[in-house]
Design a protein around this ligand. Structure first.
Ligand code: NAP
Length: 482
C-alpha cells in the first residue's frame, strides 16, 4: 500500500468517534495513475447512515445555539490547519484524483478559502427589520439554521467541493452528514480529522463512505429529521435526489453538470484567448463542471486561433500528476477515458478533423491524449454532452446571433466564457446567455466570494459568496404591534 503523506482516518466518523462500518466491509481507494492501493476505507451500511443522522440530530440544538464567533473560530482554525498541511494535502489529492501537483496546490488554496470566507460570514449573519407598510407594527426577519443536512460531493475537486458545503453549513449553525465520492474520499476524511483536532463538537460533522451511495442516502432522504440535501454531481443523480426530496418537500441545493460554451469573437486578443482557453479546457485534466466543453469561434479569427491552440496543446505533458513538469494527469477512471474517445470518434464520423491526440494512452493508469478537434459540426455529440476530459472541439460561426443561439442550445446553464475586446458586445452577449456564470476574457471563474451556480438543468441554488450561507438558513418573520 502506498504511504500516504499525512495521517488519514479510514473509518466512518459518527457522533465524534471514528468507527468501522457495522457490516465490517472495506472499499479499496486506488491511484488513477497506476491503480495502486492507497487505502481501504469503511463501507457504511444503511444502519450506519441512520446512526450518523441520529448523531447530527442529537447535536443540532446545541450547535445552533453556539455563539457565531465560536463557529467562526472553528472554521478559522480548520483553515489554518489545512494551510499548514498544504503540501501534504495537495499530494494526497493528486494521489487519489490524479491531477498535477501544482493544480492540487491551487485547489488547497481555493478550497481552504471557503473555510476562511465562511468563518468571516458566520459572525456577520444579519436579518432585517422595519415597519409594515400599513404602519402600527414592527416587522423582524431573522435567519436560523435549517437543521441537519446531508452533503453529497463529487470526486473531481476533493477538497473544494467539501469545504464549499461544510463552510456555510457550519457557519449557519447546521449539523451535517457528509458523503464524499467513493473514488476520492481521503481528502474529506483528512479535513474532518483536522476539524476534530480544532475542537469540533461530537455529532456536528459526521462522515459516511460507502460503495453504494444510494444505500446510505436513500434512508436519510426519507427520514423526516433530515432538513436539507446539498448535492454536487451529475444532473442524472441530481434528478434522482430531487425525486426523493419531493415527498417530504425537502429543501435542496443542486450543483449539477455543465456544457460550457467558449465564445471567441473576431476582435478578441489572441494571447488572452489562448491563455483563457487552455485554462478553461485543461484545468483539472478537463474534469470540471465549469470546463469549456465547446469552442465557438468566429470565422475571421478561427484559422489563426486554431493554429495557436495547436501549438499550446502540443506543449502539454501527459504523465503522473506527481512528476515534475506534468500538465495532464490521468483521468479518474477507464469510463471517463472511454467517453472521451467515443465523443472524439463520433465528431470525426461527422466530419471533424483531429489536429492533436485523439486516442487513449496505453496503461497502466487511465490516460487520454490531449486532443484538439477542428470543423466540429454543432450536431456532434461532443457539443451536447459533458466531455469531462482533455478534448477541445472547435466549431466555427459567422454572426453574433448564431453564436448565442448555439451557446444556448443545451439543457445545461452553468458557465459560459467569451473573448472579445469590445466591452459593449461583451455586455450584450452576456445578457443573452442562459447561464449562471460568465467569464469575460478569463478561463477560471471560481472563488470563495462568488455565488457559484447555474440555471436550467445545471442546478438550483448558489454556493460561496454572501449568498452561500443563505442556502443553510430558514427565515422566521415576526410582527409585533407598536
Ligand atoms: P455523480 O456520479 O453524480 O456522483 C456525485 C456524488 O453522488 C458521489 O458522491 C456519488 O457517490 C453520489 N451518488 C451517485 N449516485 C447516487 C445516488 N443514486 N444517490 C445518492 N448519491 C449518489 O457525479 P461525479 O461523477 O462524482 O461528478 C461529476 C459530475 O459532477 C459532473 O456532471 C460535473 O459536472 C458535476 N459537478 C458539478 C459541479 C457544480 O458545482 N455544478 C461541481 C463539480 C462537479 P459515489 O462516488 O459512491 O458514486
Amino acid at each position: 500500500m502506498t504511504q500516504l503523506p499525512l495521517d488519514v482516518p479510514t473509518d466512518l466518523f459518527i457522533g465524534g468517534e471514528w468507527r468501522a462500518a457495522s457490516g465490517g466491509d472495506r472499499i479499496d481507494v486506488t491511484d488513477p495513475a497506476d491503480d495502486s492501493l492507497l487505502a481501504r476505507i469503511a463501507d457504511a451500511t444503511a444502519e450506519d447512515a441512520t446512526a450518523a443522522l441520529d448523531a447530527a440530530v442529537a447535536a443540532k440544538q446545541e450547535w445552533a445555539e453556539t455563539a457565531p464567533r465560536t463557529r467562526s473560530d472553528l472554521l478559522r482554525a480548520t483553515f489554518e490547519a489545512v494551510m499548514d498541511s498544504a503540501d501534504e494535502l495537495a499530494l494526497l489529492m493528486t494521489l487519489e484524483m490524479g491531477k498535477p501537483l501544482a493544480e492540487s496546490k491551487a485547489e488547497v488554496t481555493y478550497g481552504a478559502e471557503f473555510l476562511r470566507w465562511f468563518s468571516e460570514e458566520a459572525a456577520r449573519v444579519g436579518g432585517r427589520h422595519g415597519v409594515r407598510p400599513e404602519g402600527g407594527a414592527d416587522m423582524v426577519v431573522r435567519p436560523y439554521p435549517v437543521g441537519p443536512c446531508l452533503l453529497i460531493t463529487p470526486w473531481n475537486f476533493p477538497l473544494a467541493m467539501a469545504t464549499r458545503k461544510l463552510g456555510p453549513a457550519l457557519a449557519a449553525g447546521c449539523t451535517v452528514v457528509i458523503k464524499p465520492a467513493t473514488l476520492t474520499p481521503l481528502t474529506t476524511l483528512a479535513v474532518v480529522a483536522m476539524m476534530e483536532r480544532a475542537g469540533l463538537p461530537a455529532g456536528v460533522v459526521n462522515v459516511l463512505t460507502s460503495s453504494s451511495a444510494s444505500k446510505v442516502s436513500k434512508p436519510l432522504m426519507a427520514d423526516p429529521r433530515l432538513r436539507k440535501v446539498s448535492f454536487t454531481g451529475s444532473t442524472e443523480v441530481g434528478r434522482i435526489l430531487l425525486e426523493q426530496a419531493a415527498p417530504k418537500v425537502l429543501r435542496t441545493s443542486m450543483e449539477l453538470g455543465g456544457n460550457a460554451p467558449f465564445l471567441v469573437f473576431d476582435d478578441a486578443d489572441l494571447d488572452t484567448t489562448v491563455t483563457a482557453a487552455m485554462q478553461a479546457k485543461f484545468r483539472n485534466v478537463g474534469q470540471a463542471c465549469t470546463a469549456a466543453n465547446r469552442f465557438l469561434v468566429q470565422r475571421g479569427i478561427a484559422e489563426e486561433l486554431t493554429a495557436r491552440l495547436k501549438d499550446a496543446v502540443d506543449e502539454l505533458v501527459v504523465g503522473r500528476g506527481t512528476d515534475e513538469g506534468v500538465t495532464i494527469g490521468p483521468l479518474v477512471d477507464d469510463d471517463t477515458v472511454a467517453k472521451c474517445v467515443e465523443l472524439t470518434e463520433d465528431a470525426v464520423s461527422r466530419g471533424a478533423k483531429v489536429l492533436c491526440g485523439g486516442e487513449a494512452v496505453d496503461g497502466p493508469g487511465h490516460f487520454m491524449q490531449p486532443t484538439l478537434l477542428s470543423d466540429v459540426p454543432p450536431d456532434a455529440r461532443i457539443c451536447a454532452e459533458e466531455v469531462f476530459g482533455p478534448v477541445l472541439p472547435i466549431t466555427v460561426f459567422d454572426t453574433e446571433e448564431e453564436a448565442i443561439a448555439m451557446a444556448n442550445d443545451t439543457e445545461f446553464g452553468l458557465t459560459s466564457y467569451l473573448c472579445t475586446s469590445d466591452m459593449v458586445r461583451a455586455r450584450r452577449v452576456t445578457d443573452a446567455l442562459e447561464v449562471g456564470m460568465v467569464g469575460i476574457n478569463i478561463g477560471v471563474l471560481s472563488n470563495a466570494a462568488a455565488p457559484f451556480g447555474g440555471v436550467k438543468q445545471s442546478g438550483l441554488g448558489r454556493e460561496g459568496g454572501v449568498e452561500g450561507i443563505a442556502e443553510y438558513q430558514a427565515l422566521r418573520y415576526t410582527l409585533t404591534p407598536l
